[in-house]
Design a binder for this molecule. Structure first.
Ligand code: CO8
Length: 260
């Protein structure tokens, strides 16, 4: 795994924890950090030993407080489109990854930070977490997919309210809205919960879990999701893991999936 300046990586039981580490700037996503994230996501695609990823922010105050506003002075219409597309690509890579990502959201997840958390397959928040898309306060709108994913996750009316007012969403509201999967008392509990879920997933057949990701994403893509599901189901039935899963059930033992 390469060394990063703004990310800290650690692995336990094949679960990789990626911590965005710019605590003094509330882990704001500057260009360098976004590039490092892109690189680490590529590494995760390539490394089959990594069975799950926890994405979190350093310290107690923020997950990520947004794109780095100090870099906005160089933006014009042309550069802004390029930056938005580059950021969107990283979010999409995370969303489409067959290795599951869980965002552990401690404190602020604002702007690009909320967008990053929403690109993950699941979100676990601490009680102090605050979500929001405050871009309208800066005279802009979300650029890393926030208008789309917030609407997908909490529905049109609520998304309009929070995107138009820039107001923050508390952890308890986020849970009620379905924006987060669970709320835990503190960061340690949230990290443990995320780890536990990823370990559970890691024991399933990887081809099947990867195809679940594709099928769930198909709901939001311009494709026939039922057809995507039928194709994926059929693909699973051609795997060794399917034979092993059925055999193990009949023999009343735990399956040993190998990923083929
Ligand atoms: N960018 C850069 N620096 C930041 C950011 C940020 N998003 N957020 C916080 N910081 C810095 C502060 O400037 C401050 O630095 P310093 O100590 O050097 O002055 C430090 O972090 C601590 O912040 P505060 O002193 O402001 O802490 P508070 O507890 O008083 O306030 C808040 C916390 C409420 C989170 C406040 O910092 C805030 O409002 N931050 C900005 C939140 C925001 O607007 N985020 C959205 C940014 S826009 C965006 O993300 C669009 C994404 C798509 C862009 C596509 C093209 C590039």
């Amino acid at each position: 795994m390469p060394d990063f300046k703004n990310l800290t990586l650690s692995t336990r039981e094949n679960i990789l924890t990626v911590t965005i580490n710019r605590e003094k700037k509330l882990n704001a996503l500057n260009k360098a950090t976004l590039n490092e994230l892109k690189e680490v996501v590529q590494t995760i695609y390539d490394d089959k030993e990594i069975k799950g990823v926890i994405l979190t922010g350093a310290g107690e105050k923020a997950f990520v407080a947004g794109a780095d506003i100090s870099e906005f002075t160089e933006l014009n219409e042309m550069i802004a489109r390029k930056f938005a597309e580059e950021g969107q690509e990283v979010m999409e890579q995370i969303e489409n990854c067959h290795t599951p990502f869980i965002a552990v959201v401690n404190g602020y997840a604002l702007g690009g930070g909320c967008e990053l958390a929403m690109a993950c397959h699941m979100r676990i928040a601490t009680q102090s977490a605050q979500f929001g898309q405050p871009e309208v306060n800066l005279g802009i709108i979300p650029g890393y997919g926030g208008t789309q994913r917030l609407t997908q996750l909490i529905g049109r009316g609520r998304a309009n309210e929070y995107l138009l007012t820039g107001n923050m969403i508390s952890a308890s509201k986020a849970e009620a809205f379905g924006l987060v999967n669970h709320v835990e008392a503190d960061k340690e509990a949230a990290l443990n919960r995320a780890h536990e879920i990823l370990i559970t997933i890691s024991k399933k057949a990887p081809i099947a879990t990867g195809l679940v990701v594709d099928c769930v994403n198909a709901v939001f893509n311009d494709e026939n999701g039922y057809q995507t599901e039928a194709n994926a189901f059929s693909r699973c039935c051609g795997t060794e893991d399917f034979k092993e899963g059925s055999r193990a059930f009949i023999e009343k033992r735990a399956p040993e999936f190998k990923g083929d």
